[in-house]
Design a protein around this ligand. Structure first.
Ligand SMILES: C[S@@+](CC[C@H](N)C(=O)[O-])C[C@H]1O[C@@H](n2cnc3c(N)ncnc32)[C@H](O)[C@@H]1O
Length: 263
């Protein structure tokens, strides 16, 4: 598997994608599902650039606590800068599979678009279970890339581009097995919802627009293993440009949000 590098450049391009309307709506839905209240202690596993953590820290207020952790130093730095004025927030380095946090320390936890990068999910969920208090809530959101519908007149080439992209994740289909994984880890799954990233027409400021650029740049470095020559990649890009110009662009992929309670 060839991982994405979560460096400073990635933090910048992630921020651009994460401030598009699709992802802003996703954050609002995650917050609705988690329903944090002032005074609560909330954990954000894989805090990334800290956009969700900022909202959560404001919602729990100074009587609460927000801890955001991430494996990537550039993400820790970006999130720490974003939350630096909030005394209830603490951003630190950390790994989802070995949380350096006390048992039962949190009332609620979120992890969005993170566990799909984690190979040892039983261990990650056992850690999440350990740090939540009994009855504590967790909202976990990940993409199942099998739900992708992306128009192309060359589906074979599109399939190879997407197979290469899938390879950057530990499990590009995690949502389909997340329910049983949560139950085995000692959670009750209370609700599962689809959160679509949906561009039925071209929208220059959208998740889809960001993904075209991200996938192009990822495949440039890793496409060879999937038989994607530079010419194939250029043809894929040119086709998408032509579809956009002809107003024939279509992109839709689902994320799945799980609300679970620690038993
Ligand atoms: C796609 S980003 C999502 C960021 C953020 N949760 C959000 O939705 O805005 C994935 C993040 O997960 C982090 N990550 C990946 N594996 C991790 C692990 N084992 N422990 C902690 N963070 C991890 C990456 O460094 C990156 O910041």
């Amino acid at each position: 598997m060839s991982q994405l590098t979560f460096d400073a450049a990635a933090a910048k391009s992630m921020e651009a994608i994460y401030t598009t309307p699709d992802v802003v709506a996703q954050r609002a839905r995650v917050i609705d599902l988690l329903a944090p209240v002032p005074g609560e202690r909330v954990l954000d596993v894989g805090v990334g650039p800290g956009l969700l953590a900022l909202d959560l820290a404001r919602l729990v207020g100074e009587s609460g606590r927000l801890v955001g952790l991430d494996l990537a130093p550039a993400m820790v730095a970006t999130a720490a800068a974003r939350l630096k004025d909030l005394p209830q927030a603490e951003i630190r380095a950390g790994d989802a599979i070995a949380l350096e946090l006390a048992d039962g320390a949190f009332d609620a936890a979120v992890s969005t678009q993170v566990y799909e990068y984690v190979a040892d999910m039983p261990r990650a969920l056992s850690e999440l279970h350990r740090v939540l208090r009994s009855g504590g809530r967790a909202v976990i959101l990940d993409t199942d890339w099998r739900s992708l519908v992306w128009h192309s007149s060359d589906p074979g080439r599109m399939d190879r581009m997407l197979a290469c992209w899938d390879d950057h994740l530990a499990d590009p289909h995690l949502p389909a097995r997340l329910g049983p994984l949560l139950r085995h880890a000692g959670f009750e799954v209370r609700r599962v919802e689809i959160v679509p990233m949906f561009s039925p027409r071209w929208q220059p400021v959208s998740y889809a627009a960001g993904m075209i650029r991200s996938i192009r740049s990822f495949v440039r470095n890793h496409g060879q293993r999937f038989g994607l020559t530079p010419e194939d990649q250029e043809a894929w890009w040119s086709e998408q440009e032509a579809l956009i110009a002809a107003d024939e662009f279509f992109f839709s992929v689902n994320r799945y949000a799980f609300l679970a309670t620690r038993l």
